[in-house]
Write a protein that binds this ligand. Structure first.
Ligand code: ASP
Length: 187
């Protein structure tokens, strides 16, 4: 992602073109993904393919001292997915979004986040609706729930507000900011 941002005029590359780009710029390849990725403690790879559409993403949003916002999201997708399934995480705007005003990162059943508008929807609620960040984050999750999905979102604004919203059983989260003491919580 960094190389795409720094070395091309694009925001996303995919498929063979992305692979060729990585070769061209000598980016690191993983020879054996099976051994590179670790499965959750107590879960075997077989169980992961049989499990229902479970999920578990890592996301981060940040505002730097110069007022720049960044967001990042990493996932293995959902368990039991079809080959070729594209979730919300790699779709810019769905799983991850950062503009001059808001950064947001989502976790949960990606199909519902795509349908609900995802991370960019949080930014749009702030920008077009004048919503405060927490209300905007909660609004997205309410729409995800209305559509039948579950998950959560973390967000930061250029004022340094930090917001979390989720409708899953819990969401491991941590944060701090100018108006926010450092903290971590699950439920
Ligand atoms: N959102 C991810 C996906 O649907 C899953 C996750 O949150 O772990 O691929």
């Amino acid at each position: 992602a960094r190389a795409v941002m720094d070395l091309t005029p694009h925001v996303m590359l995919a498929g063979r073109g992305a692979e060729n780009f990585c070769y061209k710029h000598q980016l690191e390849f993983i020879d054996n993904p099976e051994s590179y990725y670790v499965v959750p403690v107590g879960v075997s790879p077989e169980e992961m393919t049989q499990a229902e559409l479970g999920h578990g993403t890592v996301g981060a949003v940040a505002l730097d001292a110069e007022g720049r916002i960044a967001a990042a999201t990493s996932t293995g997708g959902v368990f039991g997915k079809l080959e070729g399934r594209v979730g919300d995480t790699p779709l810019i705007g769905s799983g991850t979004w950062a503009d001059e005003f808001v950064g947001a990162s989502c976790t949960g059943l990606g199909e519902y986040f795509i349908l609900a508008g995802g991370a960019q929807d949080v930014a749009s609620r702030v920008r077009y609706q004048g919503a405060d960040l927490q209300t905007a984050a909660a609004g997205l999750i309410k729409d995800v729930a209305r559509l039948g999905g579950d998950g959560g979102v973390i967000a930061v604004s250029r004022e340094g507000e930090v917001a979390f919203a989720w409708n899953s059983d819990g969401m491991k989260r941590a944060g701090f900011g100018p108006n926010q003491k450092i903290f971590s919580a699950t439920f």
